[in-house]
Write a protein that binds this ligand. Structure first.
Ligand code: NAG
Ligand code: NAG
Ligand code: NAG
Ligand code: NAG
Length: 242
């Protein structure tokens, strides 16, 4: 009674704490992750035939597996399927929906807490829209960064992306299998506000990022074991399709 007087203050306090509780998982950033199929497949032993950056995921920065009763249903994204197969392929089983189903369960159901992404169609079509808008593959080529047997300076790759989009990307590399002082370009993340404008992908040192938690996933192409943020001092190999 002493704490809740007058009544309006009390109601306001109750309403604001309810708001905080219900919005605990609403994300503040969403990460569009591209991977380089040749690097992925050399790590995971697949035989994908894609010579361009494909989508790995569209990950809100808060929450995973938010609604287990919201099942993936490919007939809700029927019109997107041709583009999905091209832009967001399952590198283990091209044109299988397994990867999309997994990404929806793990990340899409959390993304869907925002009205802007609260259906499967909204979630997948927004990811595709942003992927095409960024057009990362062409931007790298524009800066003469192409798959090649020669090595790149990591600062050059990062600088090209950063200067073009005007935000900081997160770029991950795999260690070379031969462990010969070379790192292999593997994954590029670009981050967006809830209103889908680009923002820096700033890592918080003390908290695990969504992508890092993916490292521990036992299932499918969503895991990206062995990737870490690229090192400035190690030459970068951007492998051509074998
Ligand atoms: C991979 O794609 C290239 C170009 O599209 C094609 O020439 C080649 O036959 C494909 N290889 C396989 C194994 O599908
Ligand atoms: C979870 O998904 C189901 C099926 O779409 C929906 O009816 C339900 O409201 C969702 N639950 C929450 C907490 O969003
Ligand atoms: C999938 O979505 C379609 C179209 O909205 C609907 O007709 C169908 O019942 C859904 N299937 C399941 C298993 O929910
Ligand atoms: C990489 O590029 C940066 C910036 O252009 C330069 O300062 C640095 O010396 C280069 N490093 C190597 C190893 O070439």
């Amino acid at each position: 009674m002493r704490l809740c007087y007058p009544l309006l203050v009390c109601l306001a306090a109750a309403a604001s704490s309810a708001f905080i509780i219900s919005s605990q998982h609403v994300w503040t950033k969403v990460i569009l992750t591209h991977h380089w199929p040749a690097t992925f497949c050399s790590m995971e032993h697949c035989h994908a035939n894609f010579s361009y950056w494909t989508l790995h995921g569209f990950w809100p920065n808060s929450g995973t597996f938010c609604n287990s009763s919201w099942h993936f249903n490919s007939s809700q994204i029927q019109d997107l399927l041709p583009d999905m197969k091209k832009s967001w392929p399952d590198l283990f089983k091209p044109s299988s929906p397994e990867f999309w189903k997994y990404e929806w369960r793990k990340h899409g159901t959390c993304a869907a807490e925002a009205i802007s992404l609260n259906s499967q169609h909204k979630y997948f079509s927004k990811a595709l829209e942003l992927y095409h808008k960024l057009d990362l593959d062409s931007i790298l080529k524009k800066f003469n960064i192409s798959p090649s047997e020669k090595y790149y300076n990591f600062s050059y790759i990062e600088g090209a992306i950063e200067n073009f989009y005007n935000v900081k990307p997160k770029i991950q590399c795999a260690n070379s299998a031969k462990n010969d002082g070379v790192q292999v370009l593997g994954q590029i993340e670009l981050c967006f506000n809830p209103d889908f404008t680009l923002i820096d992908c700033v890592e918080q040192i003390s908290t695990k990022s969504v992508s890092d938690t993916d490292l521990n996933e036992p299932m499918g192409v969503d895991k990206a074991s062995g990737l870490s943020v690229c090192d400035y001092d190690v030459p970068v190999y951007y492998p051509p399709l074998q």
